[in-house]
Design a protein around this ligand. Structure first.
Ligand SMILES: Cc1cc2nc3c(=O)[nH]c(=O)nc-3n(C[C@H](O)[C@H](O)[C@H](O)COP(=O)(O)OP(=O)(O)OC[C@H]3O[C@@H](n4cnc5c(N)ncnc54)[C@H](O)[C@@H]3O)c2cc1C
Length: 498
């Protein structure tokens, strides 16, 4: 028996409502024929699986069970920020289904068939999972349901185009982003699904929506309404100028939608439909988004689908480099590795842009994309720590942490991915700072020790003189010399090619 009592698994963090604690089913409505099992699709709009569940229930004159399973295997690895966000998002979903969200704790492979038996459901509707863990779980759940004569019906996915669909003429997957994006645009996507009206939600006992675990991070508002509000705000005020402003970390010029997309509070297809609308009048009128703004934003959504596609074809990419580019002895090991990782994680490398990014991550659970690239490059190519260690730290903090996007972006920076930055491209943390944070505003925001330094001086504090590094709580001196480490990395690369 795989399931473990939820109270043991969840410790003190989770509430149980009395009905669930007794374990008695008190379902009083008509027999539901369908369950909508929510996973990373915590919304009601543009939700094909929910539409299918509602249609199935209407056909039988019955109800829909809105189910969420708190899976201990995922819970253990999620990190406090994502758990806190998930709890808030589930509460928002619960409100939007009139307080009827059925939350159950345990292994989904046991819990989902148990709920189906409890209510006599013949169909469980889901948006497909594409990451390795979700695929395994769904296969096992499908078999368990089938043993009871029920079925798992997958409709839609968290992507504009489901991973595995975009292929070359010979049927092979794309290895390189630009042709993938061309084929992705040609393939196209469905229109948003219709919003189901007056859904007949079933009433069932629930283990209750989880309490938020303690996190010191300043997290964004969760839920479908917050996602839609953020998108509207971005369309009105952020999209114009996105193409030129998206690389400047001090400005709030990106959409901040990654967290909402991560949890499926809004679907990329909804964004693409609105973008198409905006694109039709692009460039008309002052302050309107240009066609370049629209195309650049759409391209970022293509990157999201590309990484999911690569993971679909290479499930081992969650842990293993798709291409090994350096010899094994190129990497820091033991205490050396741990010490390097620790200064990087604490934002005390002595390189202001790197430190600002790492501190933003801890304070907010998010980091600007440009800075994610710089800090990742610094860990791998200046500190010689394997990308997997950095990816693990990101997943512990990122509220948008997503196995496909995180691991494949790390592999892109490390030069080990399918279509990756060339390994010899080593981001220079100082010139990146001077170029993308020219006034030093971003660095001063996140590194208080440097707030007294004006303009570009914030990127090169060592030029101010030794007084800046006088005491233990002052800003640290540089842990390594970038020029020396860059050279070492390039030498390792040549040895690796041997
Ligand atoms: C080392 C590293 C780790 C990353 N880890 C994650 C992660 O765990 N989860 C995650 O969602 N993104 C990750 N990214 C990608 C990117 O940094 C974030 O998606 C982006 O910063 C989110 O901010 P935004 O929503 O304001 O982006 P915007 O610039 O507004 O972009 C719009 C959307 O496009 C998508 N997008 C943008 N850039 C990328 C990209 N490089 N790869 C894939 N999709 C992209 C995101 O869904 C984003 O919400 C990572 C990037 C790097 C370099």
């Amino acid at each position: 028996m795989r399931s473990t009592p939820s109270s043991l698994l969840m410790g003190k963090l989770w509430h149980q409502c009395p009905a669930a604690a007794t374990g008695t089913a008190n379902y009083r409505g008509a027999v539901p024929t369908s369950i909508c099992w929510f996973r990373r699709d915590l919304r009601l709009a543009d939700h094909p699986a929910l539409v299918a569940a509602v249609e199935a229930a209407r056909a039988d004159g019955s109800d829909v069970v809105p189910l969420y399973v708190i899976d201990p295997a995922l819970w253990r690895t999620a990190g406090a920020n994502r758990l806190a966000y998930l709890a808030a998002s589930l509460r928002a979903l619960d409100r939007s289904v009139g307080g009827r969200l059925v939350v159950r704790h345990g292994d989904a492979v046991d819990v989902v068939p148990a709920v189906a038996r409890e209510v006599g459901a013949r169909e469980v509707h889901v948006s497909a999972s594409h990451e390795p863990y979700g695929r395994r779980r769904d296969r096992a759940t499908e078999s368990a349901l089938a043993a009871d004569g029920a079925s798992l019906r997958s409709i839609g996915s968290p992507y504009a185009v489901s991973p595995g669909r975009v292929r070359k003429a010979d049927g092979e997957p794309y290895q390189v982003f630009t042709p993938f994006r061309g084929a992705w645009l040609d393939h196209g996507w469905r229109d948003p699904a219709p919003h189901p009206r007056s859904v007949p939600w079933a009433t069932l006992p629930s283990d209750g929506v989880p309490d938020a675990p303690e996190t010191g991070a300043d997290l964004p508002e969760a839920g479908e309404a917050a996602a839609r509000a953020r998108w509207r705000e971005f369309l009105d005020d952020g999209l114009a100028g996105y193409a030129s402003g998206r690389d400047l970390p001090a400005h709030d010029d990106t959409s901040r939608l990654s967290v909402h997309l991560r949890w499926g509070e809004i679907h990329p297809r909804t964004l693409l439909a609105d973008l198409a609308e905006v694109g039709r009048s692009a460039g008309r009128g002052s302050g309107a988004p240009s066609s370049d703004d629209v195309a650049t934003f759409r391209s970022q959504l293509a990157w999201r689908d590309f990484h999911a596609d690569v993971l679909h074809h290479h499930p081992s990419a969650t842990a293993r480099s798709l291409r090994a580019v350096l010899p094994d002895d190129a990497w820091a090991t033991g205490t050396d590795e741990e010490e390097r990782l620790a200064v990087w994680a604490a934002g005390r490398t002595g390189y202001p842009l790197v430190d600002a990014g790492m501190r933003q991550l801890v304070a907010t659970g998010w980091m600007h994309n440009r800075v994610r690239m710089v800090v990742a490059s610094f860990l791998v190519k200046d500190l010689h720590v394997r990308w997997q260690r950095g990816a693990e730290h990101f997943m512990a903090h990122l509220v948008d942490g997503d196995i496909a996007q995180n691991q494949l972006n790390w592999q892109w920076v490390a030069g080990t991915g399918r279509d990756a930055a060339p390994y010899f491209r080593v981001f220079n943390p100082v010139t990146q700072g001077l170029r993308f944070d020219p006034d030093g505003e971003y660095v001063r925001r996140w590194v208080p020790e440097l707030r007294h330094l004006d303009g570009t001086a914030a990127h090169e504090p060592w030029k101010v003189g030794p007084s800046l590094f006088a005491s233990d709580d002052s800003y640290p001196e540089r842990v390594v010399d970038h020029a020396v480490e860059r050279r070492a990395t390039l030498d390792d690369l040549h040895r690796g090619r041997g």
